[in-house]
Design a protein around this ligand. Structure first.
Ligand SMILES: [Ca+2]
Ligand SMILES: [Ca+2]
Ligand SMILES: [Ca+2]
Length: 192
């Protein structure tokens, strides 16, 4: 690869990506190369499917969480991650992301129906998926009471939903809520 963007990415796209993300032109080229490699690692179609995604990013989260991360990347919802979606998504979850970026990204992982609020079911899904990864097993009742106490703490206006601002305040108190869902390694230097 000669470090050139292919026909998939125009010069305007590069400029747009530089404005939208935290990456400079060199980094974008490197990410583009990674995209080419990952998107052709299992099926050679220049699109990243869920299996290619999980493997390339070394995600060890549960299937539900990986599926949610994938969906947040897949902005147009077509079931594949194209080069722009890949680069924008990484900008929000990688080491280069600001706290606010990561917050937005993780909020969207929780917000399954994309209505801008986290309801109890959405929180339950993520908690359950995270617990399934640990040796800890809780009964349905214990799970529900954990959800209730989280809402008791987070749902400041008591409307039964966690808004983005409420989520933000909760994460400031419990930063581990987003740590497990963002990448701490540097994707730009992803090993082959
Ligand atoms: Ca897509
Ligand atoms: Ca929601
Ligand atoms: Ca609320």
């Amino acid at each position: 690869m000669g470090g050139k963007f292919s026909s998939q990415v125009s010069q305007e796209d590069v400029i747009e990506l530089q404005q939208k993300t935290h990456f400079d032109e060199m980094e974008l080229m490197s990410l583009y190369e990674q995209f080419t490699r990952i998107s052709n690692s299992q099926i050679r179609d220049d699109l990243i499917d869920q299996e290619e995604f999980r493997e390339a990013l070394g995600l060890t989260n549960s299937d539900y969480i990986v599926h949610r991360i994938f969906s947040v990347f897949d902005e147009n919802g077509d079931g594949f991650i194209n080069v722009k979606e890949f680069i924008c998504g990484l900008s929000f979850m990688s080491k280069k992301a600001t706290f606010e970026d990561k917050l937005k990204f993780v909020f969207r992982i929780y917000d399954l129906d994309r209505d801008g609020f986290i309801d109890k079911e959405e929180l339950y899904n993520v908690f359950k998926a995270s617990l399934d990864q640990t040796a800890l097993s809780l009964t349905e009742e214990q799970m529900r009471s954990m959800i209730d106490s989280t809402f008791f703490e987070a749902d400041l206006n008591h409307d039964g939903l966690i808004s983005y601002d409420e989520f933000r305040l909760m994460v400031i108190k419990h930063p581990q809520m987003i740590d497990s869902m963002t990448l701490n390694k540097d994707l730009i230097a992803l090993p082959k």
